[in-house]
Design a protein around this ligand. Structure first.
Ligand code: ADP
Length: 404
């Protein structure tokens, strides 16, 4: 038995979970929010208990790390820090360097630092958080688990953009994708539905506020929708997804805004929010849709069609599809999106779901396709943390065995 901690940090948050492995039992979890602001929020859950402190102050990630570790000990969840075998840190951008999870060494830390320009908000925060936990737990192996690693198996034709090749080479410009840990988890969870299938073809739809679709063959990623950054691919809560790149230049010209301002608008004010002018939350847009608001109707139709387009593209890329997976906030909880996209796939791909059953599925695993459907359709709640814990334990264990 071993205890493994997972850390998912952002510029102002640190989410954590402590697992008992290999049982994958969550011993405690929580969140440090509003780091760097006047007051923070600390949430800690263990067993069936929960505590929230909204008077706490977290000037930096360092204070957040100290609070997390101290609370775990204070509540008697561990007696000694040495019980924690490994810490797995989620890292958004691993660039071309990491096709799998890796131990934090000085060299790997430098590589992650060199990728900050590709993920300015994320990688800098991840490193601040890694360093903060290293101060508190200097002897515990720390493992970096990359959102991009799963997508490194793509072929050049799938990851290259059609810009002058020397620029792609010089600046490492390519499709890196994101949500890789989630897509890999979902693909592995499909094994139980695929029986002895020797060449399984899987399309996973991670549709949350950020959203991406991945094509997996034989449990390896062959294509994914997000691009150099998470701005590419399908339409999202506030991001455009793919569009003609000339829109960018034209907007700079006609609005008089700077390139940076337009870029921020494409990231933060577009997608569901921008098209509907109502909200970035699909629940609000659907409420307006039901009330007959034409802006919401337009938005939902656009959103669904982009998802269906990508599924069609990946069907061709894979040469078929055995299983289509819905996951993340919208994929797990919004039957209308699943229903409407599957209807769009009916005539061409023979997808058919049990619409009555579909309506009852909110955040639980279920097969929603009918027996007649040419593709099995399932809802699977994603679990990125458990993948991080598995990888962290695997690498820490091999490190320990290597040292013996
Ligand atoms: P992210 O991790 O990218 O922030 P999530 O996967 O948490 O996003 O998804 C958030 C989105 O999922 C929300 O904006 C909302 O549109 C949708 N969502 C979450 N819960 C529900 C629910 N119970 N019913 C319908 N939609 C939901």
């Amino acid at each position: 038995m071993a205890k493994v901690m997972t850390i998912n940090s952002g510029s102002s948050t640190v989410k954590f979970k402590l697992y008992e492995m290999p049982e994958e039992k969550v011993l405690c979890s929580g969140n440090c929010e509003r780091i760097g602001e006047k007051t923070g929020i600390f949430t800690f859950k263990w067993g069936d208990q929960k505590e929230v402190d909204d008077k706490i102050v977290f000037p930096t990630h360092g204070e957040a790390a100290q609070k997390v570790i101290a609370t775990i000990k204070e509540k008697g969840i561990i007696k000694d820090f040495s019980e924690i075998e490994a810490i797995g840190h989620r890292i958004v951008q691993g660039g071309k360097y990491f096709s799998e999870s890796a131990l934090f060494t000085e060299e790997n830390e430098k590589l992650i630092e060199s990728l900050i320009p590709l993920a300015p908000l994320h990688n800098a925060a991840h490193l601040a958080c890694y360093r903060a936990f290293k101060e508190v737990l200097p002897d515990t192996p720390a493992i970096a688990v990359f959102d991009t690693a799963y997508h490194q198996s793509m072929e050049e034709e799938d990851y290259l953009f059609a810009i002058p090749y020397e620029l792609s080479e010089k600046y490492s410009i390519r499709r890196y994708g994101a949500h890789g840990t989630s897509h890999q988890y979902l693909a592995q969870e499909c094994k139980k539905y695929l029986g002895k299938n020797k060449d399984p073809k899987i399309i996973t739809c991670h549709i949350g506020s950020g959203a991406s679709i991945t094509a997996t063959r034989n449990y390896k990623c062959v294509a994914t929708s997000m691009g150099l950054t998470p701005l590419g691919g399908i339409m999202m809560g506030t991001r455009t997804g793919d569009m003609d790149p000339s829109v960018f230049n034209y907007l700079v010209q006609v609005t008089g805004q700077s390139a940076e301002e337009v870029y921020q608008m494409l990231n933060k004010k577009s997608g569901l929010l921008g098209v509907s002018q109502i909200s970035n939350d699909s629940r609000d847009v659907y409420a307006a849709f039901e009330a007959g608001d034409p802006r919401a109707i337009r938005t939902i139709k656009l959103f669904n069609r982009r998802i269906a387009d990508y599924i069609g593209q990946y069907y061709v890329r894979l040469g078929g599809c055995d299983i289509l997976v819905w996951s993340a906030g919208i994929g797990e909880n919004e039957p209308r999106t699943r229903r409407d996209v599957c209807r769009l796939l009916h005539d061409s791909l023979g997808v058919e779901i049990d619409e009555k059953l579909n309506e009852t599925i909110h955040g639980t695993e279920a097969v929603i396709s009918t027996k007649k459907s040419k593709i099995k359709v399932v809802v699977i709640p994603t679990d990125e943390e458990v993948m991080i814990a598995r990888d962290a334990l695997r690498i820490a264990t091999s490190l320990k065995e290597g040292k013996k």
